[in-house]
Design a protein around this ligand. Structure first.
Ligand SMILES: Cc1cc2nc3c(=O)[nH]c(=O)nc-3n(C[C@H](O)[C@H](O)[C@H](O)COP(=O)(O)OP(=O)(O)OC[C@H]3O[C@@H](n4cnc5c(N)ncnc54)[C@H](O)[C@@H]3O)c2cc1C
Length: 302
């Protein structure tokens, strides 16, 4: 059987077969990516996508702070934008940020420049691109509040700009498809926001209430309308529940942590047990917020 690397266009960037990226994921689990592509620059990426057979699946890898890579690995091409796609450009109307920029770095930059409205990003690990796709948010603000426009590569239309309205951004969800690569974003200014960035130290708040220094993927489940997922999990008696090396955090029950060499399967199976227990206790079906990609070791796709 011919390797995927032999079926893709020539590039100037890096191509790695069977790439083990588990160590870069927040959970520190997961099997290999069939082919990893790290483009040299925008032109390299654009030409690659233009000349790639539509039959070969692609997906984008951010900081993997919201993704569980299953143990059997992922088929297709994982595209990783490196620091070359993390530039910040300030102009009169918007701040332009590269998609691979880490939220925390951007929040620090904004603080230094005394630009307000982006404080919430200091509490969300992950990249600008991943946060747009997930419409990430905390403390009452989310990506949709600050996003004006994205520059994307779409497999059909190529490089184009899209207004944020076209993304249908709702609670931890958008219309950004698996095939779409966000390259950069124009963010709005909050000129009328007088709140001081230093007034609210999100990181310190979080250390007190969330296991952010553990191996985790953040909130495991979305909050169902009118409910808090953590409370439903707590009420179902799942605090501290464990399976293999995975455990429901004692500190915050909507976080699953890899506390002892967990496999991705341990984490997913534990999450499914929690969902079942919550359903039996409350009649509410929790929806996963963490994305799961790839095959389980048994080779089944779920
Ligand atoms: C400790 C901890 C705390 C967290 N707290 C919060 C919180 O308060 N609020 C919140 O909303 N989330 C939270 N999260 C989840 C996570 O940080 C966010 O969802 C984050 O936005 C994901 O970004 P990422 O770069 O890690 O994306 P990844 O996990 O790498 O990817 C997520 C999705 O985005 C896609 N993607 C990534 N980059 C791009 C791109 N350039 N173009 C197109 N698609 C792309 C991926 O294909 C995937 O579908 C937390 C996570 C952790 C570990």
């Amino acid at each position: 059987m011919s390797l995927l690397i032999n079926k893709v266009p020539k590039v100037r960037g890096k191509l790695v077969s069977n790439a083990d990226i588990s160590s870069t994921s927040w959970f520190k689990v997961g099997g290999p990516i069939e082919l990893l592509f790290i483009p040299e620059d925008l032109l390299d990426l654009t030409e690659f996508i233009e000349n790639l057979s539509m039959e070969i699946p692609i997906f984008v890898i951010g900081a993997l702070s919201n993704t569980l890579i299953r143990d059997g690995g992922v088929k297709g091409i994982g595209i990783k934008l490196d620091e070359k796609f993390s530039k910040i450009k300030i102009n009169n109307d918007y701040i332009e940020v590269g998609a691979s920029l880490l939220n925390m770095k951007f929040a620090k930059y904004a603080q230094k420049k005394q630009v307000y409205g982006y404080e919430f990003l200091s509490g969300i690990p992950g990249t600008i691109g991943g946060s747009i796709k997930m419409n990430a948010g905390c403390y009452g603000r989310e990506m949709s509040d600050i996003l004006h426009e994205v520059t994307i590569i779409d497999r059909i239309n190529g490089l184009c700009n899209l207004s944020s309205k076209k993304l249908d951004m709702t609670y931890r969800n958008t219309k950004v498809s698996r095939d779409t690569i966000i390259i950069s974003a124009k963010l709005k200014y909050y000129k009328d926001n007088i709140r001081s960035i230093n007034k609210f130290n999100i990181k310190e708040e979080r250390i007190k209430s969330q296991p952010i220094n553990k191996l985790t993927g953040g909130s495991t489940f979305k909050n169902p309308k009118g409910y808090k997922a953590w409370k439903l999990i707590e009420d179902a008696g799942c605090r501290g529940l464990s399976l293999g090396g995975a455990k429901v955090s004692e500190m915050h029950t909507n976080f699953i942590i890899n506390y002892k060499n967990a496999t991705a399967n341990d984490i997913e199976a534990l999450g499914n047990i929690v969902r079942q227990k919550v359903y039996e206790n409350s009649g509410i079906k929790l929806e996963w917020e963490i994305l799961k990609i790839g095959f389980s070791n048994k080779g089944s796709i779920s």
